[in-house]
Design a protein around this ligand. Structure first.
Ligand code: GLA
Length: 730
């Protein structure tokens, strides 16, 4: 793992554990991409891949065809207006209204460590971790703009982290109209593109399609990373599976509007870019000011999607999630949302707590409806005062009673919002994002607060913090239930209105930073109408995120498969809920709901007081399983064995201990099918030479047999049935 510059060949070489990334400087000016792939011992001969010996040649030899050079050169950071007609990363308008920009190589710096990005979530080196950073400093002297291209590597992670800092080095203001974070130019290999797509209650389904000529994008202009598309894109060689094929992936450490785009251009090259979406974005840079883009995580895998997933999981566990809960067992919680919706009071909550305690549940989370006069979703957001009609004596009294029952206590907030029917809105209508003279669009009867304003951030922070200071609260579910419209801030000057969406996200980050600083032991779970803001940015603040409002065990298979493609299982908020399922109306066995929820943080979302004694016994058994497997789910290596999305019959995943001493396998027979039959499940990540006992039986299997032959999951009667198998090295 190292970053070096070879002066003779003019090449920067970035090495991670198993990959190399090469950058060359052509003509002394142009920073170009040479190679990303399997690790190379040296960069000998690589410079030719910049194709500077081919026509149209570099501009110093052939100025008259500079445009042809610009339109074919594999730029590390593409810019608009100088002849590269492919997707650009950077577009800048000068005070005079001109729009061309060409930052060229000036100098570089290689140093140990990884800089913190002010105000932004970012991967980091923990104390004692080795990391190294390359800065390539480029300048456009004509408009006075410096672009610092940053690349970092960690000793133990197979990823390259990229971001860009843009500095106005001139005397007049500049306007950034587009400032993406990363670009990679590859030669076409008949790539397929993989993205995660969906909707509310159907988040992060894996979608593949061939990369044909033209542009393919995943994006959000909704103000959050969104349910619909995900700040992730991978290019894969055709037919890539879990174990085979080459994968080039980008994942954005950001929670707002984003653009991920790939483009196959006239000469079959494929460019992939990622960054803040240029729509609804413009940033004014005064002389001397700088703009930092959020970072993009780049991963190359030569062993299919599985290796990419495990690389990202390790990176996020090792270098992104900061919470003290990262390696700790999370409390098994029960949330009252699907149990009561808005219809609850202290007595009801305490009743739930009592039964929950008996079943082995450890925390009660009070969801929406405890503040202002909120008895439906049409009022009171912004008025964070306890509704004493529901909760006499306020939170101190309620928390005391819940704790007396032996449970810790958690609470729901939606801090970024305001209801038109609220004291806050009546007092400060201008605190809502809206455009003067235009009736603002409501969504779930609410508006978004203008978090670009420091006084609004302060108000929101104090509202949340005051509640947390008032009682012994161990957990917060931070929700965000509507997307942006009517982008207008009463405070920003006209030429800065384009900054609102990004400033808003910076406000969210500031709020959560303040929260985890003042309450370091708080377990924070992010949420946005389910999984509408499930992204690496939020993971920097909260170790877990609610995956989806769809808690149906079968729907969750696809949602959790897509989520686990990128995120460690310990991040995925997953609960057992009631049947028929409140979203899709399906009935699934209680056991299956438990097995699927065990794939994530684990908890309950139902009225336990209404369950039968038999069901309560089942909860006890599920909680036993949770305690038995939690360390594996949280720390192990994840392998996707079969996908119901692909085979339409069954689903299977495995988590193996990193030391190969044990593995837990979950198998769901979604549809028994007409020709009901047992399935051979070929496991991964075991010690070939070891023997493993299937827990609860006397059966012993060779590691090789489990991996190459497989273990038989016998057919069971009926649909939606599941089982968990635990193999322990003997
Ligand atoms: C969102 C969340 C739910 C619940 C409701 C409360 O939809 O995703 O889990 O908290 O809000 O209004």
């Amino acid at each position: 793992m190292s970053i070096t510059f070879d002066k003779d060949s003019n090449i920067f070489q970035l090495n991670t554990k198993t990959t190399s990334y090469l950058i060359g400087i052509a003509d002394g000016k142009y920073v170009g991409h040479i190679y990303y792939g399997k690790k190379l011992n040296n960069c000998q001969g690589g410079y030719a891949l910049l194709r500077t010996e081919e026509k149209p040649f570099v501009p110093s030899q052939n100025e008259r065809e500079k445009a042809a050079f610009a339109d074919t050169f594999p730029y590390e950071y593409s810019t608009h207006g100088i002849g590269d007609y492919r997707e650009s990363c950077l577009s800048v308008r000068t005070a005079q209204g001109y729009r061309a920009c060409e930052p060229v190589f000036k100098s570089y710096r290689i140093f140990d460590g990884k800089p913190h990005l002010p105000g932004l979530p970012a991967t980091f080196a923990r104390d004692g971790d080795w990391a190294q950073t390359l800065e390539i400093i480029c300048e456009d002297a004509c408009i006075g703009l410096q672009a610092i291209l940053r690349y970092s590597v960690f000793a133990d992670a197979d990823a390259i982290i990229r971001s860009v800092e843009l500095i106005n080095s001139g005397t007049e203001p500049l306007y950034l109209e587009k400032a993406l974070s990363a670009c990679i130019d590859l030669d076409d290999e008949s790539f397929e593109m993989l993205t995660l797509t969906g909707s509310w209650a159907r988040e992060r389904h894996m979608t593949r399609c061939p990369v044909t000529f033209g542009k393919h994008a995943a994006s959000s202009i909704r103000g959050c990373s969104s349910h619909q598309e995900h700040p992730f894109m991978a290019l894969m060689t055709p037919g890539t599976t879990q174990d085979m094929g080459e994968v080039y992936a980008m994942h954005f450490v950001y929670s707002g509007n984003f653009l991920a785009l790939c483009q196959k251009s006239q000469y079959d090259s494929v460019r992939m870019v990622m960054g803040i979406h240029p729509e609804d974005f413009e940033w004014k840079l005064e002389s001397g000011e700088s703009f930092q883009t959020p970072e993009v995580v780049c991963v190359y895998s030569d062993q299919g999607l599985g290796k990419m997933s495990r690389t990202l999981h390790d990176l996020y566990r090792g270098h992104l999630i900061r919470s003290p809960y990262l390696h700790k067992k999370r409390p098994v919680l029960i949330n009252n949302w699907e149990a009561t919706y808005f219809d609850f009071n202290t007595d009801k909550l305490v009743e739930i707590a009592k039964d929950a305690k008996e079943a082995g549940i450890e925390m009660l989370v009070m969801d929406d409806g405890w503040f202002g006069h909120r008895n439906l979703d049409n009022s009171s957001l912004g008025d964070w005062t306890v509704n004493e009609e529901k909760l006499p004596g306020g939170l101190p009294a309620l928390v005391k009673q819940v704790k007396e029952e032996g449970l810790s206590f958690g609470i729901w907030f939606e801090p970024e919002m305001v209801s038109p029917d609220s004291d806050l809105y009546r007092e400060h209508p201008d605190w809502a994002i809206q455009i003067p003279g235009r009736t603002p669009t409501q969504s779930r009867a609410q508006y978004v607060l203008d978090l670009s304003r420091p006084e609004v951030v302060d108000y929101v922070y104090e509202s949340v913090a005051n509640i947390l200071r008032s009682a012994d609260i161990s957990y917060v579910k931070w929700d965000m239930n509507r997307q942006f419209t009517d982008l207008g801030s009463a405070k920003l000057p006209p030429e800065r209105q384009g900054e609102l969406a990004h400033r808003y996200i910076l406000g969210v980050y500031e709020l959560q930073e303040r929260l985890v600083t003042e309450f370091p032991d708080l377990l924070l779970e992010n949420c946005a109408s389910g999984g509408g803001r499930f992204d690496p940015g939020m993971l920097y603040y909260s170790p877990q995120i609610w995956c989806s409002d769809d808690t149906d065990a079968v729907e969750r298979l696809a949602i959790q498969e897509g989520t686990a493609l990128l995120y460690p299982l310990s991040c995925m908020g997953a609960h057992v809920s009631d049947c028929p399922n409140h979203i899709v109306g399906r009935n699934t066995p209680f056991e299956t709901r438990g097995h699927v929820a065990l794939d994530g943080t684990f908890g309950y979302e139902l009225d336990i007081t209404k369950l039968t004694a038999e069901e309560k016994e089942k909860i006890k058994k599920q909680i036993e399983l949770y305690h038995r497997y939690d360390h594996l789910v949280r720390e192990g290596a994840y392998y996707r064995i079969a996908s119901w999305q692909e085979n339409h019959l069954y689903d299977c995943w495995e988590v193996a201990a990193k030391d190969q001493s044990e593995a837990v396998v979950t198998y769901v027979q979604v549809l028994a099918g007409a020709g009901m039959r047992s399935r051979k499940l070929r496991l991964r990540g075991l010690d070939e030479g070891a023997l493993y006992r299937l827990e609860g039986t006397e059966k012993v299997y060779g590691g090789q047999m489990l991996m190459y032959g497989g273990v038989l999951a016998e057919a069971q009667e009926g649909d939606y049935v599941s089982r968990v198998m635990h193999f322990v090295r003997v």
